[in-house]
Design a protein around this ligand. Structure first.
Ligand SMILES: Nc1ncnc2c1ncn2[C@@H]1O[C@H](COP(=O)(O)OP(=O)(O)OP(=O)(O)O)[C@@H](O)[C@H]1O
Ligand SMILES: [Mg+2]
Length: 242
């Protein structure tokens, strides 16, 4: 479980999170929703230590996240963001192997898992020799997904991983991801603006507003029993896009 306890985070005078607390319980997919700029990406970045909170604590399996060494991070977290995360001068194979190499883990040790993940996300074997510039957007995101899962971390943090993809590929990847989540039993924190994606993948929706949680629960609860005018308006506004 990942627990954020009274986390406050400001950038200069801008307060982004205000005593934000939440438990991201194990083996569930938690969806972070909220308006642009409300702090969703910041929450993921705080969890993996790319940002430091001004106050509060984050624990991962009961351990303060600052106690996790940088090199150990890929053992805990798979992190997939929108784009530009593959190293351009390395082919897909070397990109995928980066977290393993950082821990001096040889290919032989992860070979089986590598093959398993290639099959799982349907990443053609011939693609591993290609460089990022020779891969399509969907293929790049699949490589990122394999890389995130190569060390079998218990936590998967995904920040709008498919938002740059066209709707057909996006929908196919969502379906694959759903199967993957069911098979690999990860604790997932997934940021998206897409309510269909949130419904398809999420066990629990966490809707943020003004630095804290406005409402959380199943998507249906939030839609049918909005706890506030904000929640109601949020879903009405989103519905207009569909
Ligand atoms: N390193 C930084 N320095 C200054 N301000 C920052 C920094 N990172 C984030 N912010 C600000 O903090 C706020 C929250 O940013 P964040 O990226 O978490 O939003 P978000 O909810 O992920 O938005 P979006 O849906 O647009 O991706 C924004 O107003 C942003 O400008
Ligand atoms: Mg963001």
């Amino acid at each position: 479980m990942i627990e954020l306890f009274q986390i406050s985070k400001s950038f200069g005078t801008q307060v982004v999170l205000n005593e934000f607390s939440n438990k991201f319980t194990a083996e569930k997919t938690h969806i972070l929703l909220g308006r642009s700029g409300c702090g969703k990406s910041t929450i993921l970045r705080l969890i993996i230590g790319l940002e430091k909170a001004n106050a509060g604590e984050i624990s991962v399996d009961g351990k303060n996240n600052h106690e996790i060494k940088n090199s150990e991070l890929p053992k805990y977290f798979g992190y997939v963001i929108q784009d530009k995360t593959l190293m351009p001068h390395m082919n897909a194979f070397d990109n995928i192997m980066l977290p393993a190499r950082a821990l001096k883990i040889e290919y032989e040790t992860v070979k089986e898992r590598f093959n398993y993940l290639e099959d799982l996300v349907q990443f053609d074997k011939g693609l591993t020799e290609k460089y990022p510039s020779q891969l399509s957007g969907g293929q790049k995101q699949k490589a990122c997904l394999i890389r995130a899962l190569i060390l079998d971390p218990p936590y998967l943090l995904m920040d709008e991983p498919f938002s740059a993809l066209d709707p057909m590929i996006r929908s196919a990847l969502q379906n694959e991801l759903k199967k993957i989540f069911q098979k690999v039993k990860k604790t997932v924190i997934f940021v998206t603006h897409d309510l269909n994606e949130a419904s398809a993948l999420g066990d629990e929706i966490v809707l943020l507003n003004q630095g804290n949680i406005e409402q959380k629960g199943a998507m249906r609860d939030l839609k049918e029993n909005p706890a506030s005018e904000f929640v109601k308006t949020f879903f009405q506004a989103q519905a207009q896009h569909f």
